[in-house]
Design a protein around this ligand. Structure first.
Ligand code: NAD
Length: 339
């Protein structure tokens, strides 16, 4: 079977998921949608050769700008077996009515409220629970990063509680209107931050509390995580568990990978498209184990970390892979993630 996928909202997340879909043996990209005839609409059509769908009342505007339109967003939805909704936070819930009306399953992003979907999703935690669901919400970048590490530890050792501080990037690189430019902002000052709450939409019984601050950078988020395991472990054991987990890489500050800037430089040197780092990055030196207590520091590339989970979510809807490990194998190989 080949599943026909449409991407509604061709922005930071949408363009990456679109490209990832084109690399899957069991999926076909039937089109992407845009609301404005800007450079990315030109790239999508002329360079990448995607079919472009636009709101009915905008067709003329796109054609005047010399951009070829394949049809309306409604027509795209009709042609698709599944829609990946990557529109701005809150818009997905509005679009859901249309997806339901046309009888199409859909995947939503972390900017939507949890109740937009039948399940909030993160592959390493609850792939099997998502099998056959019609509406799946892939949790946000920070939540995905936390869950990759936490579900890995929980499976290996059990988890009693988790406390984390999220140091958030202020904006994506292309967002010129967001800030702060020169301040550190508690986000929010009243605790807890929503990140731990969001983790619980996937793992409801986990005792987790998070706080967050926003800092003036666009590259990546950084988390400092403290956890109590259900049993004592050694540092070597914990390192082995992280090393063997999919989608997690350990890096060494001693090799010069001391900051998010170094990680991005490495991704550029490796020729990673757009310097994407879909893996969760953990600083090996930071991993500190004291009996059953553990601390570590990790980095999240917000623009790309949720891409593999979006692909897995499509497989879950159509039961194209029965087990997490089966979808992970295909997704990670086709996207060039670490083995
Ligand atoms: P974005 O602004 O980069 O992209 C959104 C796209 O949707 C834009 O191309 C916009 O033109 C288009 N759009 C706007 N209104 C539309 C409409 N009515 N119909 C169709 N398309 C429309 O946003 P993003 O950063 O890709 O975020 C999308 C979702 O992913 C949000 O829920 C966000 O919370 C989530 N998310 C974002 C990040 C991140 O760091 N950027 C990380 C994880 C999850």
């Amino acid at each position: 079977t080949v599943v026909n996928v449409a991407i509604n909202g061709f922005g930071t997340i949408g363009k990456r998921v679109a490209e990832a879909v084109t690399r899957q043996p069991d999926m076909r990209l039937i089109g992407v949608s845009k609301t404005r005839p800007d450079y990315s609409a030109v790239v999508a059509t002329r360079i990448l050769g995607y079919n472009l769908y636009v709101p009915a009342d905008k067709i003329e505007e796109f054609e005047k700008a010399g951009i070829k339109v394949a049809g309306t967003i409604e027509e795209m939805i009709e042609k698709a077996d599944v829609i990946v909704d990557a529109t701005p936070g809150g818009k997905g819930a509005e679009y859901k009515k249309l997806y339901v009306e046309k009888g199409k399953p859909a995947i939503f992003q972390g900017g939507e409220k949890a109740d937009v979907a039948d399940i909030s999703f993160s592959t390493l935690c609850n792939y099997e629970e998502a099998l056959g669901k019609r509406y799946i919400r892939v949790v946000s970048c920070n939540t995905t990063g936390l869950l990759r590490a936490l579900c890995t530890l929980r499976k290996a050792f059990g988890l009693k509680w988790v406390r984390a501080t999220i140091v958030r990037r202020a904006a994506d690189p292309k967002e010129v209107k967001r800030g702060p430019v020169n301040a550190i902002v508690p986000d929010p000052a009243k605790l807890p931050s929503h990140h731990g709450v969001d983790v619980k939409t996937v793992v409801p019984d986990l005792d987790i509390m998070t706080a967050a601050v926003v800092v003036p950078t666009t590259l990546m988020h950084v988390h400092v995580v403290y956890a109590k395991l259900a049993r004592s472990a050694t540092r070597e054991e914990v390192i082995r568990v992280f090393e063997e987990a999919p989608r997690i890489i350990l890096v060494d500050a001693s090799l010069g990978l001391k900051s998010t800037a170094d990680l991005v430089e490495l991704a550029r040197d490796l020729g990673r498209r757009r310097y994407d780092i879909p893996e969760l990055v953990i600083w090996r030196e930071s991993i500190t184990v004291n009996g059953d207590e553990i601390v570590w520091i990790q980095a999240v590339h917000q623009e790309s970390i949720v891409v593999p989970e979006n692909i897995d979510a499509i497989r879950a809807i159509f039961k194209l892979a029965k087990k997490a490990e089966d979808t992970i194998r295909v997704t990670d190989e086709t996207l060039g993630l670490k083995k």
